[in-house]
Ligand binder design. Structure first.
Ligand SMILES: O=C(O)C1=C[C@@H](OP(=O)(O)O)[C@@H](O)[C@H](O)C1
Ligand SMILES: C=C(OP(=O)(O)O)C(=O)O
Length: 409
């Protein structure tokens, strides 16, 4: 694929009839839980996402230095796993990964009895591991509003500790559905934990083998909701999605009702249909931060204004996502501004004044590329570095093409 691709809208009905990729969040948990349980579980429908390919590869090899590339879950989950190990190891990642904070998790693991140090800057990868000595405490306190991945990582290793673990979450709990996904999958593999108020307790227990079929990716499905909302004519059926899902991003189904998309569930299939579009929406993304870019781009193109909260964690993801979206959506005349107390306001143009090709940058961030691509239903678009999508949805451009989007490579 070249340095950029050009997208233009289909000349016939936009039609998707192939399965989505499956969830990298579920896949990466299932892989680690299987490893902790002796590696005998049958995991079906693992994601093709590079983050999952990386997780599989790193659990398989026995090398000193592990490179997670740009996969946040792999960095955080493997850090907890390696911290419990008996050998000296190192973990590193892309330059951006080495700017994503990890001190809260490292401090928590060191309090437990791990021996982790920083190779370069304190608080950031690369990390160096010496063998775990012995459990020093079974009580930890950690802020709940920075990254749920720290909490998921600690929970998954918790039952393997001789004294188990109680984690108290301080402050607001962000990305809570991801913590619940972790506990639900732990339960599937034979380990129970109690989440009451701000406290999660996991007693010492053994993981057991079990088979598990990974669900399709609701975050990946969000782009199809946006494509549907913006297309003149579309017929979209999304497969392998559960109405009662482990993934908090199934919230896209209710959010998109305000942007004119209704969902009808039938077994594991969701069919999209048209509804009314609101003029303005107020949305809290605290539980579903990965949906924010999709919803902002779609709303901007539909002329819907948004008042948003829960966007704090977007700054420390693959890119500084709020800054990146402000820059890119300005290209269709929308403004995204931060107000007091964590409020963000998207002011969308009534009729975007766009002439000619819009050229979108993607900031090494898969979700920038995937969230902006649906704008091609309304404008001719160019997407730079389209290969970034491999992180979570490698088939994205192929699926768009199959659905009828014209792609010039
Ligand atoms: O645990 C997970 O699988 C994830 C948790 C979320 O991160 P934060 O908890 O850091 O918000 C989410 O943004 C990420 O894509 C996947
Ligand atoms: C934030 C994301 O992933 P991670 O933190 O696992 O890199 C994402 O997929 O949007």
């Amino acid at each position: 694929m070249s340095g950029s691709i050009r997208l233009s809208k289909p000349t016939t009905t936009l039609t998707l009839d192939v399965p989505l990729t499956s969830s990298k969040s579920e896949s990466n948990r299932a892989l680690l839980l299987n490893e902790l349980g002796g590696g005998k579980s049958e995991l079906k429908n693992l994601s093709s996402a590079r983050d999952t390919v990386t997780m599989t590869r790193l659990l398989d090899i026995n090398e000193h230095t592990l490179d997670v590339l740009d996969a946040g879950t792999v960095m955080r989950f493997m850090t907890a796993y390696l911290a419990m190990g008996k050998t000296e190891r190192k973990i590193t990642g892309t330059p951006r990964m080495c700017q994503r904070p990890i001190k809260l998790l490292v401090d928590a693991l060191n309090d437990l009895g791990a021996n982790i140090t920083y190779e370069k800057e304190i608080g950031f990868p690369p990390l160096l591991f010496k063998p775990f000595s012995q459990q020093k405490t079974n009580q930890l306190t950690i802020p709940g509003n920075i990254s749920s991945q720290y909490i998921s990582a600690l929970l998954m290793i918790a039952p393997t500790l001789p004294e188990g673990l109680t984690i108290t979450l301080e402050g607001d709990i962000y990305s809570r559905p991801y913590i619940e996904m972790t506990l639900n999958l732990m339960k599937h593999f034979g380990v129970s934990g109690q989440f009451e108020g701000h406290t999660i307790t996991v007693a010492p227990q053994n993981y057991k083998s079990n088979s598990y079929t990974i669900e399709s990716d609701w975050s990946g499905a969000s782009y199809w909701y946006s494509l549907f909302a913006l297309a003149e004519d579309a017929k979209i059926t999304l497969k392998g999605l559960r109405e009662i899902s482990n993934q908090g991003d199934h919230a896209i189904a209710s959010i998109m009702e305000g942007l004119g998309v209704k969902s009808t569930f039938d077994g594991e299939t969701v069919t999209l249909s048209r509804g009314d579009i609101l003029k303005e929406m107020t949305i809290d993304f605290k539980s579903c931060p990965d949906l924010a870019q999709t919803v902002m781009a779609c709303a901007a193109a539909l002329g819907v204004n948004l008042k948003m909260t829960g966007l704090e964690s977007l700054r420390i993801k693959e890119s500084d996502r709020t800054a990146a979206m402000a820059t890119e959506l300005a290209k269709i005349g929308a403004t995204l501004e931060e107000h007091e107390n964590g409020l963000w306001v998207l002011t969308s143009p009534d009729k975007p004044q766009v002439s000619g090709l819009i050229s979108f940058d993607t900031y090494d961030d898969h979700r920038m590329a995937m969230a902006l691509a649906p704008l091609s239903m309304k404008f001719d678009c160019e997407i730079h570095e389209p290969e970034v999508v491999v992180k979570s949805y490698p088939e994205y451009w192929d699926h768009l093409e199959m659905a009828g989007v014209k792609i010039l490579k």
